[in-house]
Ligand binder design. Structure first.
Ligand code: BT5
Length: 259
């Protein structure tokens, strides 16, 4: 199991990772990070684990990983922006993850709206943002990140849609180095978009995505519709064109139908 001391060695950040809680196994690092946030933990606190017994995806779904092979952590932020800006956070995280993955692996990572990182159409990383809003102000945000690193086998229902850095590059990756690089990239990117305005993440995200002009289907609370992706609005919503009519999609599950 990684210790805080070991992970901090060579970590080149100022705020992210000032406190790192490490665990062998927890239910979900997002749950842990929310618990420490509720007790007043400062911005930049990180919870890392080797295994989750109840790893969470969005909308009650599961994040399933083998122990000791992947990168699983949550980062606590205490941002000074309006609750609406939270919609842009997955995009900011996706850009930081894509850039890190591309740097360490030379893979061309693809951002899939709203919270996936794919390679060759298979998911190699997922992002889960949870937060606490009090009196219309963001009290804190927890950014949960799962990167499939050295895992080679996935449950049968995931083999067609999940992959890992090792499966794609045919070599093992040092997870501690990947952790430090990811945290550094998250901090640098956060400083950059905080300075220029969070909307500046939209063109960056688009430069890492292959969704433009592709036909997708969107599932939104049981309602399914399709359209061609035309872009992203400044608040991070997907702009779809369907039968000549444009619509914006702020939340939902997306399947890419046409290459
Ligand atoms: C996500 O949800 O992709 C968010 C995943 C976030 C995981 C991190 S790990 C640290 C932190 N603590 C947590 O408890 N969670 C966060 P979603 O878009 O809903 O995708 C979930 C779906 O991805 C599942 O229903 C499966 O189909 C698929 N899936 C599950 N495990 C996977 C894996 N390891 N790799 C690729 N796909 C997976």
């Amino acid at each position: 199991m990684y210790t805080e001391q070991f992970l901090r060695k060579g970590l080149n950040t100022h705020v992210f990772g000032t406190k790192i809680y490490t665990f062998n196994s927890v239910d979900s690092t997002n749950n842990c990070a929310r618990a420490v946030a509720d007790c007043g933990a400062p911005e930049g606190t990180v919870v890392v684990t080797e295994h989750q017994t109840a790893g969470k995806g969005r909308l009650g779904r599961q994040w399933l990983t083998e122990p000791n092979q992947n990168l699983i952590f949550s980062l606590l932020l205490r941002p000074h922006f309006s609750p609406e800006t939270i919609n842009l956070l997955p995009l900011y995280v996706a850009v930081a993850l894509s850039e890190t993955i591309e740097r360490v692996s030379a893979l061309k990572a693809e951002c899939k709206w709203p919270n996936d990182i794919l390679f060759g159409g298979k998911k190699i990383a997922g992002i889960l943002i949870e937060g606490s809003i009090k009196k219309s102000l963001v009290e804190y945000v927890v950014i949960g990140i799962g990167i499939n690193v050295n895992q080679e086998k996935f449950p049968s229902n995931l083999t067609e849609k999940a992959s890992s850095l090792k499966l794609e590059c045919h070599k093992d990756f040092d997870r501690a180095i990947l952790f430090r690089e990811t945290l550094k990239s998250l901090e640098d990117q956060y400083a950059a978009v905080s300075a220029t305005g969070f909307q500046s993440v939209v063109p960056q995200w688009l430069s890492h995505s292959t969704m433009i002009n592709r036909t997708i289907s969107v599932s939104q609370q049981g309602n399914v519709f399709s359209g061609v992706v035309k872009g992203l609005s400044s608040n991070g919503a997907l702009i779809l064109e369907s039968n000549g009519i444009e619509r914006t999609v702020l939340a939902g599950d997306v399947s890419i139908l046409q290459a």
